[in-house]
Design a protein around this ligand. Structure first.
Ligand code: BGC
Length: 371
């Protein structure tokens, strides 16, 4: 089986023209980078830098803009996206939910509502039924952990962001508990649904993992990693790993930081991979990247992370793919457009695309990689 190399995006961050719970709460991505219309051009660029896989997400609010009413025209759009990838020899990795909800779903209480699991399941059934012959890799839910933290606990993302309610800490904790619980239940329901429609499909979650090693880490690690992964361990064909940063105060050396201040620790990826071995599932790195507008640190960042990934593979960890975040500059949630995560740079005035120099380092690593 060939190793999968490429990059990732998510619908709301790149497509443009989406009405969902974010756009309706003061976080409007506008036309973003108009990937909805320019996807073929973007995939040409991905091919030019030797990618053979691409992760993207389907926007639920496009497919089901009103409760129970499905827009089959939008299904056709995503079919075209998949055809465009296949024509270029690029394997689609399809995410079904990446942080955004239809407005009607948010109004019903979003992921705090128990019924969210049923709603999500119905959407998954429809989508997967339409794509079962075209897609081999499905990611159900992206980072249930990060979403819960930023919505219910810290309230920096919709629906809670900028709202006045819930000053009382415990109510936030209870809300967070409901959200994570429902997201994990939604994953399990989606896993069963997809396997019923297409037993040969490969289904997983994209899990954000952090390299914890402070004194108080055991408790943090339990809540962030062990608990959620245990809840889904018998409901996945692979682990999708999103790895970005290290929370450790390294006494021995000052770590470099990205434009948004995240500490860069490629060696942490090695420890995280070793730690995931206990689940005995193949691992795809479904996100790894940094905000680096000047493209000064990206080439080394990629090379170093691939170095530590390879070391883990040499020690028996079954890693089968690496998807960089992101293919292209995009809307970085509450931060807006200023953080630049793309292998491809976008001029937001003209929407012109330019391959960043670090992409050629990545291309070379792809072409020469062996374990
Ligand atoms: C998310 C992406 C986001 C990236 C950088 C991940 O947590 O899945 O949507 O853009 O991190 O913050």
């Amino acid at each position: 089986m060939k190793f999968l190399w490429g990059a990732a995006t998510s619908a709301y961050q790149v497509e443009g023209g989406i009405k969902n719970d974010w756009s309706e709460s003061g976080f409007d991505a506008g036309i973003a980078v108009d990937h909805y219309h320019l996807f073929e051009k973007d995939f040409d660029l991905a091919k030019q830098i030797s990618h053979n896989a691409h992760r993207f997400s389907i926007e639920w609010s496009r497919i089901e803009p009103e409760e129970g009413k499905f827009n089959l025209k939008e299904i056709e759009h995503y079919k075209k996206v998949i055809v465009a990838l296949r024509q270029r020899g690029v394997e689609p990795f399809v995410t079904l939910w990446h942080f955004t909800n239809p407005v009607w779903f948010a109004k019903m209480g979003g992921w705090e509502n128990k019924k969210s699991v049923e709603y999500f399941k119905r959407y998954v059934e429809l989508v997967v039924g339409q794509f079962k012959n075209d897609v081999q890799f499905w990611i159900t839910i992206n980072e249930p952990d990060v979403y819960t933290l930023n919505t219910s606990l810290h309230r920096i993302w919709p629906p809670e962001a900028r709202a006045d309610g819930r000053k009382w800490k415990w109510s936030r904790i209870i809300a967070s508990w409901k959200v994570i619980h429902n997201l994990l239940a939604a994953h399990r329901a989606a896993f069963a649904t997809i396997k019923k429609i297409d037993p040969g499909a490969q289904v997983g979650i994209a899990k954000n993992e952090i390299h914890f090693h402070k004194i108080n880490a055991p408790l943090k690690k339990f809540w962030w990693s062990t608990y959620p992964l245990n809840r889904i361990k018998n409901h996945q064909d692979f682990i999708g790993l999103n790895y970005y940063l290290d929370l450790h105060e390294h006494k021995e050396k000052a770590l470099e930081v990205s434009d948004i201040g995240w500490k860069i620790d490629p060696r942490g990826l090695y420890w995280v991979l070793k730690d995931l071995k206990k689940y005995q599932k193949p691992i795809y790195i479904t996100e790894n990247g940094l905000a680096d507008a000047k493209d000064e640190k990206r080439a080394k960042f990629i090379a170093d992370h691939i170095y530590w990934m390879k070391k883990a593979m040499q020690e028996g960890i079954d890693v089968r793919g690496y998807l960089h975040w992101s293919l292209i500059d995009n809307f970085e949630w509450d931060k807006g457009f200023w953080p630049r995560f793309g292998l491809i740079e976008v001029d937001y005035k003209t929407l012109e695309r330019k391959i960043r120099p670090s992409s050629y380092t990545y291309k070379k690593l792809i072409e020469t990689f062996h374990v």
